[in-house]
Design a protein around this ligand. Structure first.
Ligand SMILES: CC(C)(COP(=O)(O)OP(=O)(O)OC[C@H]1O[C@@H](n2cnc3c(N)ncnc32)[C@H](O)[C@@H]1OP(=O)(O)O)[C@@H](O)C(=O)NCCC(=O)NCCS
Length: 246
């Protein structure tokens, strides 16, 4: 625990690095192997409706081509705003990775839907399937944030007894297909688009504990960062007040 906290503390002092925290070894049955050593330090937090503002900032900062990759269609700012406003947090789960300034580096949206209402109704006998969509800020790519969000999405599926995770993306999306392949997803390509499916193992007490621990550490990390920011703002306001008037 102390080692984790020390990793986290170091990240607070670090510059443009993703967040520090829990070793991955995610008990999802899905671990997206990576060569990057510090990937195990990225913290994934479950987002609440209060994070809509952060999410909106993240999505609006995505370039047009990235919005196309993420949503499968070109979305205007207005449509992105509507998408964020309409996320149903009671049904779906949204995960995020924050930097030390509490900006979202990445967002993963796990949307749950009744099996019969999806195009993969034959893939499972469970009543619900999950679809995953993810985006990472351009400056934070290639560090493992997308893979960690994916792993966490798969872990959540496992722990809520959903055995099929689905992803839809453009066939040209080499990075996402690389992540999907590494996770062992079955990929079907069709007319420039690709569907990827992942079969998830049943939950275990270890997988439930692992996710709860990861969430606790990510939450603690978030709270400390928020308090540090408030403290720095307060100090800045004090030094502003103490400046001699000219
Ligand atoms: C797809 C996306 C989420 C990936 O996020 P990320 O944080 O950069 O991903 P990671 O760092 O975890 O992994 C990237 C992997 O792709 C590999 N990669 C990078 N460029 C690649 C390319 N041109 N072809 C194949 N693989 C590539 C990296 O080497 C890395 O693999 P490794 O972990 O085995 O070394 C991000 O690029 C993004 O937001 N794209 C725009 C939106 C999008 O495409 N969303 C997916 C649709 S659901």
């Amino acid at each position: 625990m102390f080692k984790r906290l020390s990793h986290w503390f170091n990240s607070m002092r670090g510059k443009a690095r993703p967040e520090a925290g829990v070793p991955v070894a995610a008990q999802t049955g899905v671990v997206v192997e990576s060569k990057k050593s510090d990937r195990s330090l990225i913290l994934v937090k479950e987002l609440s409706p209060r994070a809509r503002r952060h999410m909106l900032r993240h999505f609006l900062a995505l370039e047009e081509k990235d919005r196309l990759l993420r949503f499968g269609t070109k979305l205007s700012d207005e449509m992105v705003t509507r998408y964020v406003e309409n996320i149903d947090f009671a049904r779906d789960t949204v995960f995020g990775v924050y930097d030390r300034k509490l900006r979202l580096l990445g967002v993963g949206h796990l949307a749950f839907a009744p099996r019969e209402k999806t195009r993969i109704s034959g893939a499972t006998i469970k009543p619900v399937v999950a679809e995953f969509g993810v985006s990472v800020a351009a400056a934070a790519r290639g560090m493992g944030v997308g893979s960690k969000l994916f792993e966490r999405g798969a872990m959540r599926c496992r722990n809520v007894d959903v055995d099929t995770l689905y992803m839809h993306c453009l066939s040209s999306n080499k990075v996402m297909l690389h992540i999907a392949k590494k996770a062992g997803m079955e990929i079907q390509r069709d007319y420039g688009e690709a569907d990827a499916y992942l079969k998830i193992q049943p939950a275990s007490s270890v997988s439930v504990f692992q996710e709860a621990m990861e969430e606790q550490v990510a939450m603690l990390d978030y709270i400390v960062k928020a308090n540090m920011r408030a403290l720095f703002k307060w100090i800045a306001s004090l030094s502003g007040k103490n400046k001699p008037r000219s």
